[in-house]
Design a protein around this ligand. Sequence first.
Ligand code: AMP
Length: 396
Amino acid sequence: MKILVANIGSTSLKWRLFDFANGGERLLHKGGFERVADYPKAIEDCLAQLRDAGALAGESDLAAVGFKTVIAKGVTGCVFLDERVLAAMEAYNGIAPAHNPPYVTGIRLFRERLPRVPLVGLFETAFYQFAPEAMMRYAVPPSWHEIGVRRWGFHGASHKYIAERSAELLGRPDVAERVRRLYVERGRTPVNDPPLRVISCHLGGSSSVSGIRNGIAIGNSLGMSPQSGLPHNNRVGDLDAEAIPYAVRTLGITLEEAQRQLSKEAGLKGLSGVSNDIRDILEAARQGNANAQLALDVFVASARHWIGAYLFEMGGADAIVFTAGIGENQSEIRAAICAGLQGLGIELDAALNEATRRTEAFISSAASRIKLMVIPTNEELVVARETKRLLETTKN
Ligand code: AMP
């Protein structure tokens, strides 16, 4: 069974083709285009590349195309992308303006080009559908809540991957199996005692932290929109609700300009004044740039804030996992996040930490009560696996 996972940006198309033949999971092809002006042509060129590489015989060789969709009104989980679901995505364009419109357009183009191939979406909110209500509500009037002003949580595919893989590496196949079947069994797969508590830190261009108890997320630092939580590469992260009206009035800018600045000129880029890439910021900080150091310090403080929140909420943790571009590669950031926490049973092994890049590893010291781990995430594989499961469960 071959499943294509298409990652749609407003001007980019990236893809991975997986083959699940004979019970395996094989990546057959990956590629992408940036600065796409003609999307139908990009889809055509993607299919041509897959054929030329011998990865795909033709359209009929494709069991489905899976998409890492972000958010829809009244829809989550892993679902077929019919017109009802696309309309539900459009209804929340205002919550994810950078993501939903290009996805809906791209999905319609895929449907025109591949009318006989099922199109499937795994929503980034799916992993949080079983989180306790108290962790997901904002204290807003009911009318606000009804239009979707609540915590949704994002990066669901990534945190689900970490939930499953960390459970395997921690010797808890029961929890891993629950994560695998989460959207089919709705969290009802039994697990054994003691509970497994994992804090997953997805630190990259966009960052979030999730608390995961027995394979089920209890929350995520991303709230109503992907604009919240930790500071991101050039997006602000958490901000007081009064800040925007105050800045609009005081700076004499429009609401749209305020939104643009908070999504393009803020975050690590805005704080550092150097770059939105943490490698450049680290280099500038090493050379004595105080604003670059401040950006790093704010990022680390925010990560610790959210890790602390889930540690407290779960009454402790068995493991803290680092993943994504920064989490997998930047030992200095991991060290800063874990600094001075021996009293909480959190202690890195400095040599293991420094040696670990983009590979699975335990990086805690022997004395650390809480295991510290690096696990490279694989969001596309999660989309492909869930797409496969949806095809199989609807067939039966
Ligand atoms: P992501 O969104 O997961 O691709 O992460 C992007 C961020 O991770 C960038 O801002 C980089 O600062 C950082 N990053 C990605 N790759 C590396 C690497 N090989 N070494 C150090 N940092 C990296």
